[in-house]
Design a protein around this ligand. Sequence first.
Ligand code: DI6
Ligand code: FE
Length: 403
Amino acid sequence: HTAWDGLILGASLATLDAPAGYADILDGALAWKDGALAYVGPRSGLPDAPQRLAREVIEAKGWITPGLVDCHTHLVFAGDRAREFELRLLGASYEDIARSGGGILSTVRATRAADEGELLRQSLPRAHALISDGATTVEIKSGYGLDFDNERKMLRVARRLEQLGIGVRTTYLAAHALPPEYAGRADDYIDAAIEWLPKLHAEGLVDAVDAFCEGIGFTPEQTRRMFEAARALGLPVKLHADQLSDLGGGALAAAFDGLSADHVEHTSEDSVRAMAQAGTVAVLLPGAFHVLRETALPPLEAFRAHGVPMAVATDCNPGTSPLQSLRHAMQLACTHFRLSPEEALRGATVNAARALGLHDRGVLRVGARADFVLWNIQHPAELCYWLGGRLAQSVHAGGHRVT
Ligand SMILES: O=C(O)CC[C@@H]1NC(=O)NC1=O
Ligand SMILES: [Fe+3]
């Protein structure tokens, strides 16, 4: 279990008889000041920590971990696609549905029809669900608006979810699908999406830029143009890469020093090498793999062999991954991708923060954001073991208790 080093702050005194090898176990006490962790370590050394918290930790039968970071979600959207779920169970493929005007475009129609307040109202329950299962930072993409006003509306709603006390990082994903008004004119649409970007960035609505590089999405050349526009504004990039086929998406993200390449089921070993070279994180999305009944596994051994950090995220979206628990995504990553529970937890904390270009969270250390979760578990592997259930006793973000 020494591989857990650096991940688990420690256990309450009640569980100090935890499995041998948890060399870094402390008595789980911690303190914060102004939203950052001011002290971690034995309770006896606590300077001015809130005694209430110290008592809660020490007397709880639980473990503390860093707050979970969900580094890939589409959680702002209107409507749902339950009917499509039925059609896929009757044999329709995801691509068939997309090509016949359903899929992403049906969510685009619903999202365009909802005003900002309604979009926020429909998105709040999904954000609350992620938080109640341990998420304290959530990445949220646009990509169901596909015109300036509606992409802006989505990004504004994403920013407003910070009202829940969590960290929010926004990603501009106008290059998610071709809207009907640009049917057959993908290059013209990319021109328009590039034109909207600086205006949205000027309003403080964009933290990163993404694209769906796929046969049913955009070409590598169109993706490259989107990325060049991001680079011109100093914005980092990430990519929906090699999800259904190998278009060299992993290498394309790496060529722009991308924060991450996501999905990566069909990513080649050459792309893995390029990702390792660039420090690009591989974001595994086992929810979409599971729901689409995908069979191609991401090149996990290549990621491990080349030292590409692996993150795990929900990809919370109405089509391929209507998943509202990052802990459940961790379970799926272990079951489908054979990640160890330690790799899955690292993938939802340290590596997920890295996939967002953040270094002040995903780990418990002095000076980091005071984001942490107190779990009702006796062993950290339980986070990946239990399907469902409510394991989080309390969730703390930026020095405030959010659940
Ligand atoms: O089906 C949806 O609504 C989004 C699907 C999601 N977007 C993407 O580029 N790949 C996905 O799995
Ligand atoms: Fe996605």
